[in-house]
Design a protein around this ligand. Structure first.
Ligand code: GLU
Length: 276
């Protein structure tokens, strides 16, 4: 069994991230499973190498160790391209040239008729004359994708509870952004399979995406995993600490003289909550 902690280096690690890392570590220890670190740095517009380095320094200072070499998603672009190509060959993705402003305008002007609860109106899906393949985003045609899968999908949590996938909640999600050539959804699914992850332990803020991850696994013939979504940490004043800008960074706590054991003790004393 294997799990992973997969931070995005868009800033310094904060106490909410550390809580998540401890959840992964505790689970791995309890189950004699492997624990690995993956740096999810596909988005060059938001991720910075110094943050990757700082994350590793902080985790090492806190005493984390990893059972495999750290994987950087920047090194995995070819695998993401191959997966996209596979979906292109199946004619399940289409190029989209719409800008955010255009999508907003279309939404204001038209009533939705498509059965998927997507803020995207499908302008490019319907445009059979566009042959653009450069400088475009690639969207999943969710309707076709579900026809292709042709059976109800589920994901399972650590307790074995079955969660149905509601494809209509997703709409034509972007699988490759124009600027980075891939997306969180595609990269996370490909790399969880590549690294042979069996159990994903991550925050409840990501739970709504698990269905789309399950859909991608089914389309790409990848194994399904067990997912646990832990509650989010709250500050003593009841403010949610999942927000990077509000939570104190570990570096700050360290500079104020806290040691790793104190940080762990403090996190344990806070507890987390699920939002419904
Ligand atoms: N990189 C994601 C984040 O920092 C987490 C991805 C995941 O655990 O699936 O929010």
């Amino acid at each position: 069994m294997k799990t992973r902690f997969a931070p995005s280096p868009t800033g310094f690690l904060h106490i909410g991230n550390i809580y998540s890392a401890y959840q992964c570590q505790d689970w791995a220890r309890k189950n004699h499973a492997k624990l690995i670190l993956r740096i999810e740095d596909i988005d060059h517009t938001r991720c910075r190498p110094p943050f990757s380095q700082a994350i590793i320094t902080d985790l090492t200072w806190l005493g984390f160790t990893w059972d495999e070499e750290t994987l950087y998603q920047q090194s995995r672009k070819l695998a993401y391209q191959q997966a996209l190509q596979k979906l292109k060959n199946l004619e399940l993705i289409y190029p989209c040239t719409c800008t955010r402003a255009q999508i907003k305008k279309t939404l204001e002007n038209h009533q939705k008729t498509y059965p998927y609860a997507d803020p995207y109106q499908g302008t490019c899906r319907e445009n059979k004359h566009s042959h653009a393949t450069q400088n475009v985003a690639w969207r999943l045609n969710i309707h076709k994708a579900m026809q292709h899968i042709n059976k109800p999908l589920y994901w399972y949590d650590y307790l074995g509870k079955k969660h149905p996938v509601h494809a209509q909640e997703y709409g034509d999600v972007i699988l490759a952004r124009k600027d980075i050539g891939t997306s969180y959804h595609l990269a996370v699914v490909i790399d969880d399979a590549f690294q042979q992850i069996t159990h994903v332990i991550r925050g409840q803020d990501l739970e709504s995406f698990t269905g789309i991850h399950r859909i991608l696994q089914a389309l790409l013939d990848l194994p399904s995993l067990s997912y646990t979504h832990h509650g989010l940490l709250y500050a003593p004043n009841d403010e949610k600490w999942s927000k990077q800008d509000k939570a104190p960074s570990i570096q700050k706590w360290r500079s104020q003289g806290w040691d790793a054991a104190h940080i762990r003790h403090y996190i344990d004393s806070l507890g987390s909550r699920h939002e419904h």
